[in-house]
Write a protein that binds this ligand. Structure first.
Ligand code: PGA
Length: 227
């Protein structure tokens, strides 16, 4: 049985109080948090990382913490940035290269490669998001012996309720694996508890990145269960 990654991408959502409510709902749910061979990762905004970590420990949940960004620099005079060493105190994964950052913050592959390098240097696992194969071609990402996840998210599927077909996502996942030495490949874009299994049952898809549907704790629990 393959290992399945289920990643919540909260984007720029939730306050501390809402985070407490989300974990309380997960903890109180009769749906069992059964996840043998499932790695559940919650990627919250930076402001919530300490609270997320604390709640996971208090609720004794097997959830791993992820961040949604990382500075391309180290420590020093970089106003507004959060560096890899700081993130490593709280998280183990980092989403890098999400299309919302490529579009709204003009992130390009050079910057993304620097961020991935900072992940590796700080023993953080990057979750590299791409929306087309060009973004991984040319092997600009040095994946040798370093753990990394890639998420394929077509732009037309993000936040639209219009997911890719599992067959197409699977064929892209296979191409990504060929390019990046069998790196696990996730699918993202309008994943719900109803369609998650269609994706995770495909031979080349190793998990899902869930945006909108991860904000609702009970829906996210169902996604974990059905994945
Ligand atoms: P969505 O977002 O699940 O809301 O479509 C996915 C993502 O952008 O990571």
């Amino acid at each position: 049985m393959k290992k399945v990654f289920i990643v919540a991408n909260w984007k720029s959502n939730k306050t501390i109080l809402q985070t407490e409510e989300w974990f309380q709902a997960i903890n109180n749910s009769p749906v069992t948090f059964y996840q043998e061979k499932k790695e559940v990762i919650v990627c919250s905004p930076f402001t919530l990382l300490p609270k997320v970590k604390e709640l996971i420990v208090n609720c004794k949940l097997s959830i791993v913490v992820g961040a949604q960004n990382i500075s391309p620099f180290g420590e020093g005079a970089y106003t507004g940035e959060v560096n890899g060493r700081q993130i490593k105190e709280l998280a183990d994964y980092v989403i890098v290269g999400h299309s919302e950052r490529r579009t709204n913050f003009y992130e390009n592959n050079n910057l993304i490669a620097q961020k991935i390098d900072k992940c590796f240097k700080n023993k953080l696992v990057p979750i590299l998001c791409i929306s087309n194969l060009d973004q991984v071609q040319g092997s600009m990402f040095n994946v040798n012996k370093q753990e990394m996840l890639v998420t394929y998210e077509p732009l037309s599927a993000i936040g639209t309720g219009n997911p890719d077909t599992p067959e197409n996502a699977d064929s892209i996942a296979l191409k990504i694996k060929k390019e990046l030495k069998d790196t696990p490949v996730l699918y993202g874009g309008s994943v719900t508890s109803k369609n998650v299994k269609d994706f995770t049952s495909m031979p080349n898809i190793d998990g899902v990145l869930v945006g909108g549907a991860s904000l609702d704790p009970l829906e996210f629990l169902k996604i974990i269960k059905n994945a």
